[in-house]
Design a protein around this ligand. Structure first.
Ligand SMILES: [Fe+2]
Length: 369
C-alpha cells in the first residue's frame, strides 16, 4: 500500500520526521526520564524516544538515547544543535570537527556536553554490563520546521569553525565574569555538574547561586542553579522551553498562571524534567538536608538569545548592566515575585515539608520561619 501524500497546508515537518523515524513520544508537564520506554532507533543504532514536555514551546524538544552495554551510536552530524545531559552510565564521545580534527572525552552520571554544530560524533557506552542513558535538549523542531529538508540537516557539508579549543573538550573552559546572574562558563563539556562552581545571585532568592553556560558557541542554552539548605527561590515567569532538570538534592516546584486558584506541584527527583510554559509562574523549593541543584536547558543562549523575551529576561549583559526581568520585581515592571509579595500560603506550605525532613529554615527574610 502506498503512503498517503503529505497534507498541502498546515504541515509540521518536525512531527512528520518523528513519525518517519518510528519514535515513541511521551508528553506531559513533568516527565521522569528514567521511566520513558524507548524503541530501537535505526538512525542512531541505539534505542530512543522523543520527550515532549507541555511547556517546551516551539523551538526545543528532547531526544532520549539508551545505549546498550558495550555498544556505540552510529556516527552522525547535523545542523541542529544539542546539549546532552548524562542521566545514567559512563562512556565517551568522539567528536570529529568539520575540519577533520578529532577530540574525545569521558563522561559519567551528571556530565553535560554540547557537540559543535555539524561535527560528527559517536557516543560509546564504556560499560559491558550497564546501559547508558543520555538526554539531548535540541533545537531540532526549530531547524526542521525552518528548512523542512532532512537531507540538508543531516548531510550538509559546512565547517562553522565553532568552539574547537582542545580545552573545551577536556573539562576546561573560560570563566566570563559579568555580574550576578550573568557569570558564564564557556566550554563544550562539564564532567560533573555537582562539582561545578557557582556564583552568588542573591536577587533570585536567599543564598541563591548560579552559572550560565556558553556551550560550543551555539544557540543552546544551559544554566545551573543551586538553593542552599533551608531556602527557596523567588517565583518568576518567562518564555517557554527551558527544560528544568533536577541534578541533586530534594525539593519541589510550584507552577501557576496569574489568577489561578491552585498550584501545580512537582516533586524533585533526579531524572524529572519540567519546562515552565510561557508566562507560567514557577517557584523552586529546597526541602532536604543537602543543597538542591538544577540544570535548565533550552534554545536561545546567553550569548545568542534569539528572541526578544530572552533579551528582556536576561537584561543587559555587561558588568553594570540593567537587571533582567527574571530577577526584577513585578512591581518594577519585571517578572519576579518578591518574598514579601508572595501568596502567604506558600511559606507555611514549604515549612510543613521542611518539618517532615527535620530541616530548619535559613530564610533571612522570614524571621518567624
Ligand atoms: Fe525560571
Amino acid at each position: 500500500m502506498s503512503e498517503a501524500p503529505p497534507p498541502i497546508l498546515r504541515r509540521n515537518p518536525y512531527m512528520e520526521w518523528i513519525e518517519r523515524e518510528g519514535l515513541p513520544i511521551v508528553e506531559d508537564y513533568a516527565i521522569d526520564l528514567f521511566k520513558v520506554a524507548t524503541k530501537p532507533w535505526a538512525r542512531f543504532d541505539c534505542a530512543g524516544a522523543v520527550v515532549h514536555c507541555k511547556g517546551r514551546g516551539d523551538f526545543a524538544s528532547m531526544f532520549l538515547f539508551e545505549i546498550a552495554p558495550a555498544r556505540a551510536t552510529s556516527p552522525q552530524h547535523h545542523l541542529y544543535e544539542q546539549v546532552i545531559y548524562v542521566l545514567e552510565g559512563h562512556g565517551n564521545t568522539m567528536v570529529e570537527l568539520p575540519d577533520g580534527t578529532k577530540r574525545s572525552f569521558e563522561w559519567g552520571e551528571r556530565s553535560m556536553f554540547a557537540i559543535p554544530i555539524n561535527s560528527t560524533y559517536r557516543h560509546f557506552n564504556a560499560s559491558g554490563r550497564e546501559r547508558a542513558l543520555l538526554v539531548a535538549t535540541t533545537d531540532f523542531p526549530l531547524k526542521m520546521n525552518l528548512f523542512h529538508n532532512e537531507d540538508f540537516i543531516f548531510n550538509a557539508k559546512f565547517d562553522f569553525q565553532r568552539a574547537n579549543k582542545t580545552d573545551y573538550f577536556n573539562g576546561g573552559g573560560d570563566l566570563i565574569p559579568l555580574r550576578p546572574g550573568k557569570h558564564s562558563w564557556e566550554t563544550n563539556f562539564v564532567p560533573d555538574l555537582m562539582q561545578m562552581e557557582l556564583k552568588a545571585w542573591e536577587d533570585r532568592g536567599s543564598g541563591s547561586s548560579n552559572i550560565m553556560f556558553v556551550l560550543a558557541d551555539g544557540i543552546m542554552h544551559a544554566h545551573l542553579s543551586e538553593m542552599p539548605v533551608g531556602t527557596y527561590k523567588k517565583a518568576h515567569r518567562h518564555g517557554p522551553g527551558f527544560h528544568v532538570m533536577c541534578v541533586g538534592g530534594e525539593g519541589f516546584s510550584l507552577f501557576w498562571f496569574e489568577g489561578d486558584k491552585d498550584y501545580l506541584r512537582i516533586d524533585w527527583k533526579h531524572g524529572i524534567v519540567f519546562p515552565p510554559a510561557e508566562n507560567q509562574i514557577h517557584q523552586h523549593f529546597n526541602t532536604g538536608a543537602q543543597p538542591a541543584r538544577y540544570l535548565a536547558t533550552g534554545v536561545g543562549s546567553v550569548r545568542y538569545p534569539l528572541q526578544e523575551w530572552q533579551r528582556r529576561a536576561g537584561g543587559d549583559a555587561t558588568a553594570n548592566g540593567k537587571k533582567g526581568a527574571v530577577s526584577l520585581s513585578m512591581k518594577e515592571g519585571g517578572d519576579q515575585i518578591e518574598y514579601e509579595d508572595q501568596d502567604p500560603a506558600i511559606h507555611p506550605l514549604w515549612l510543613a515539608e521542611m518539618n517532615k525532613n527535620n530541616v530548619q529554615s535559613r530564610m533571612k527574610n522570614f524571621p518567624a520561619g
